[in-house]
Design a protein around this ligand. Structure first.
Ligand SMILES: Cc1ncc(COP(=O)(O)O)c(C=O)c1O
Length: 446
């Protein structure tokens, strides 16, 4: 993460000595110390102010000044800081009611956990129990979580990197193609027909079709408008539920509460985390339709966690939803998203190494290329788990050294600022990206 040549602070040294970093060879773990935050900015121990233009891992949707949320957390921890999930608390009840209101269609009941990973694992169990089928069909360009079943359901290079000696893949996870017109040999319609064919050939053994409505860390892939409704129909035709993983796309990112709403689709199960509390507390949710919920009235829901429905986290969830509403953040995502989209299109026109801009609202991405004609990527999928410094790493490091953080993943710069972002901040970040992209332009001939 660190980019400038500099001495590590004492905290960074301590952290390096005693903390194991995520998804990295520990030699490459080089975190920058953050001592404060302000609006959409991180203040580092060196005194740098860095505009967060990816909302960290696309999760700090409220920015860093959501006082309503921090106050709710403080208040709840002074009244009922914790009870086990067999007890009832007001924040959990109110959050569940609120989720039923803002989620699409007849989604009604919610199961709580603490990460997007767990939210998906619960979804698999629910879909299997409800349908009596055991397989999960997901897509190759996807990330659904880090533990056994959720990583096995992910097409992400991180699954491939984890050989069977570390984590054997869970059986019954089948993968189909993605709606990725820019980089795949199938067009989105063909990829959908392929999934239909797969489901037919799997012969009614699939419990759930699991998709990110708008793919996130595997390239910010935007499907055609009718893709998701058609996928729902196809899943149902073959006896499977549609599970929408909205861990990244939920809570306003696309200018709607959920991307399923954007695509006028009612999932049977919807999973969420990240923006649910604006990441002020670790909280995740798996919400199901009234029909699916009803099934468990007389069937054991064989799952649970000590921290399921944690009162302090649920209080943060209620306050976060109130903040989205009170500050019109979803409208802001739509409006500033339009502005951002136009600015990114202009960047794409100016820089030959930007192959394509994709995305909706404040869920945008720039895919880079070595060659506009043949669309050769700078970063291969395997690079996500290698130590190699890629051209995208260099672009990201240049931006960070100049005051803007962007997360890069599998050949795409993920442009997903907090929903509080202003057009002036977009201008600031785009100007830094404009300079940083000179690096990839220059590397096209290497
Ligand atoms: C779409 C999607 N699903 C699931 C996850 C896993 O969430 P978590 O990291 O909270 O376990 C992520 C994380 O980035 C994600 O983007």
């Amino acid at each position: 993460m660190a980019s400038k040549e500099r001495e590590r602070t004492s905290v960074e040294q301590l952290d390096r000595e005693y903390t194991l970093g995520t998804w990295t060879r520990q030699r490459d773990f080089d975190p920058t110390e953050v001592v404060d935050t302000e609006g959409a900015r991180l203040i580092t121990a060196d005194g740098d102010s860095i505009l967060d233009f990816s909302s960290q891992y696309v999760c700090t949707n409220l920015g860093y000044d959501a006082d309503r949320v921090s106050e709710a957390i403080a208040e709840q921890s002074q009244t009922v800081p914790y009870v086990n999930p067999g007890w009832s608390t007001e924040p959990r009840a109110r959050l569940s009611e609120k989720l039923a209101e803002i989620t699409p269609g007849s989604i009604q009941k919610t199961f709580y956990s603490t990460s997007g990973t767990e939210a998906n694992e619960v979804a698999f169990k629910i879909a299997r129990a409800y349908t009596g089928n055991h397989k999960i069909l997901s897509r190759y360009r996807s990330y659904h979580g880090a533990t056994a079943a959720s990583l096995s359901a992910s097409g992400d290079p991180r699954r491939v990197a984890q050989g069977p000696e570390i984590q054997p893949e869970v059986p019954g996870m089948v993968k189909g193609p993605d709606p990725y017109a820019y980089g795949s040999s199938l067009d989105p319609d063909e990829s959908l027909a392929y999934i239909d064919e797969m489901l037919r050939l799997e012969g009614g053994t699939v419990a759930g079709v699991l998709v990110e409505p708008l793919v996130g860390s595997n390239g910010v892939l935007t499907p055609p408008d009718d893709y998701l409704p058609r996928l729902r129909e196809i899943a149902h035709d073959h006896g499977a539920l549609l599970i929408c993983d909205e861990v990244m796309t939920g809570f306003g990112r696309t200018g709607e509460w959920f991307a399923s709403t954007l695509y006028e689709t009612e999932p049977d199960i919807i999973t969420m985390a990240k923006g649910l509390t604006g990441s002020y507390q670790p909280l995740a949710a798996t919400s199901v339709t009234a029909e699916v919920a009803e099934y468990f009235e007389d069937t054991l829901l064989n799952h649970g966690h000590t921290f399921a429905g944690h009162p302090t986290a649920c209080a943060a969830g209620v306050a976060a939803i109130e903040t989205y509403e009170a500050e019109n953040l979803i409208e802001n995502a739509r409006e500033v998203g339009e502005y951002l989209r136009a600015e990114l299109e202009a960047l794409a026109d100016r820089h030959p190494s930007v192959g394509e801009r994709r995305g909706v609202g404040l869920h945008q991405g720039l895919e880079l290329t070595r060659d506009e004609e043949t669309r050769v990527p700078f970063e291969k999928r395997a690079d996500k788990v290698s130590s190699r410094t890629t051209v995208l790493d260099e672009v990201g490091a240049h931006a960070k050294d100049n005051g803007v953080y962007v997360y890069t993943s599998v050949n795409t710069i993920v442009v997903t600022p907090p929903l509080t972002i202003s057009t002036a901040e977009v201008d600031e970040a785009v100007s830094v990206l404009d300079d940083a992209l000179e690096i990839s332009d220059a590397a096209m001939d290497d």
